[in-house]
Design a protein around this ligand. Structure first.
Ligand SMILES: *Cc1c(COP(=O)(O)O)cnc(C)c1O
Ligand SMILES: [Zn+2]
Length: 390
């Protein structure tokens, strides 16, 4: 039995195909992200959906639709299989009947970045990479450092100097080489990109290699399974680089092709950003297919401080296709929702996760969400990582 049904890489821009046995970044022809394609027809015949449910917990139980070919290369720190929690008190308060949070804070290093970096570092190791580099707004650095340490890879991390202290410390603790940049993640990305080119280090920036999105897509598989193979009505997702949103939409496509879903009804995808950095929201309102670079990005939700995602086109395409929407919320409403989630439900969410509750309240007010719909908020990380040690 094959561990993975990975078959080739496809450019999301021009459709060119690439060989997965080689080390790929993004499409050299049109500079778009590459997506992994699997032989799903064959998987459909050979893989039993319900057998996966009974495997040992964690992201790698979905190995047939993940890119790693040899089990020894799966770097596992406990990522995946996060709880889908109901929110009974908020449900009552907001007059909803099916409100849930997918709580990603229990992942290694306290955020869902662990999923993406688990996949990317495992695959990089499999392809013989020894040194990796990343520009990060915070959590991706910590996750990269941990998985690189576990895999025996050398990690170089470029982060803005106002990145939450926990992210800097966890990266250094795991032995990564940390450079603090006077600027935004886009400035860090410029510096890291140049280093990568000059030194030959492998760049694991969001969507500049094909596999982080593969780790994150497993959130979509887990949701389908948790809802008895019928997807929820609305998914509210805090969007920076968009890996989770694009990944989950890709998972839904794959699930449909695999024949694992009970019906074809798809969730409406809601992209949440902060007032101080909302390139996706602006583009969505204009009906555009790409984002403009957001000047002067600022928000306490550091994971949302991404002025322009490398996958902006895919994010927008998936929102449109899902008949979803994009919405920006203020830092004040994020802080208020963060307290509310903790005090009412006992969940100390990252500001990015709290932003989804702030957005939900706004969408209810607008009448965009109906009371009986099944709604999933994404808490993408732990609030503990944002406490300032001054
Ligand atoms: C990175 C990050 C995000 C944004 O995730 P993308 O997949 O890049 O859109 C949201 N929340 C937290 C806590 C993050 O670390
Ligand atoms: Zn291309």
């Amino acid at each position: 039995m094959k561990l993975s049904f990975l078959s080739y890489l496809e450019c999301s821009g021009c459709g060119e195909n690439y060989n997965y046995a080689e080390l790929n970044t993004f499409c050299p022809i049109c500079q778009s992200p590459l997506l992994s394609r699997y032989d799903l027809e064959s998987a459909r015949q050979h893989v039993d959906r319900d057998a996966i449910t009974h495997r040992k917990k964690g992201m790698w139980r979905w190995h047939e639709v993940l890119p790693v070919l040899n089990q020894e290369n799966q770097i596992f720190l406990g990522e995946g299989d996060t709880p889908l929690l109901s929110l009974p008190h908020l449900e009552k308060e907001l007059r909803l009947s099916h409100l849930y949070v997918k709580d990603e804070s229990s992942n290694p290093t306290g955020s869902f970045k662990a999923r993406g970096l688990a996949a990317a570092i495992s695959k990089a190791k499999e392809l013989g990479v020894e040194k990796v580099i990343i520009p990060t707004a915070g959590n991706a650095g910590g996750a990269l450092a941990a998985y690189a340490a576990r895999a025996g890879l050398r990690a170089h991390i470029f982060m803005p100097k106002d990145t939450p202290f926990a992210n800097i410390e966890e990266s250094r603790m795991a032995g990564a080489d940390v450079t603090l940049v006077d600027g935004l993640i886009s400035d860090a990305a410029g510096m890291a990109g140049e280093k990568a080119r000059n030194e030959g280090w492998f760049d694991v920036s969001t969507f500049k290699e094909p596999y982080r999105v593969e780790g994150k897509k497993i959130m979509g598989y887990e949701l389908a399974e948790a809802f008895d193979w019928q997807l929820p009505d609305v998914i509210i997702y805090p969007t920076g680089g968009g890996t989770g949103l694009v990944g989950m939409w890709k998972a839904f496509d794959e699930l449909e092709t695999l024949g694992w879903l009970e019906n074809t009804k798809r969730p409406r995808m809601v992209s949440v950003q902060a007032d101080g950095c909302a390139p996706v929201v602006k583009a969505f309102k204009e009906g555009a297919s790409f984002c403009d670079f957001w000047i002067n990005a600022h928000t306490i939700a550091s994971g949302l401080r991404v002025p322009k995602s490398f996958a902006d086109h895919l994010i927008l395409q998936d929102i449109y296709e899902s008949q979803g929407t994009a919405i920006a919320v203020s830092d004040e409403s994020i802080l208020e929702s963060q307290s509310q989630l903790a005090a009412m439900e006992g969940i100390f969410a990252a500001p990015e996760g709290a932003a989804t509750l702030a957005a939900l309240k706004e969408l209810i007010k607008q009448g965009w969400i109906l009371p009986e719909e099944r709604i999933v908020l994404f808490n993408t990380g732990s609030g503990l990582k944002y406490i300032d040690h001054k």
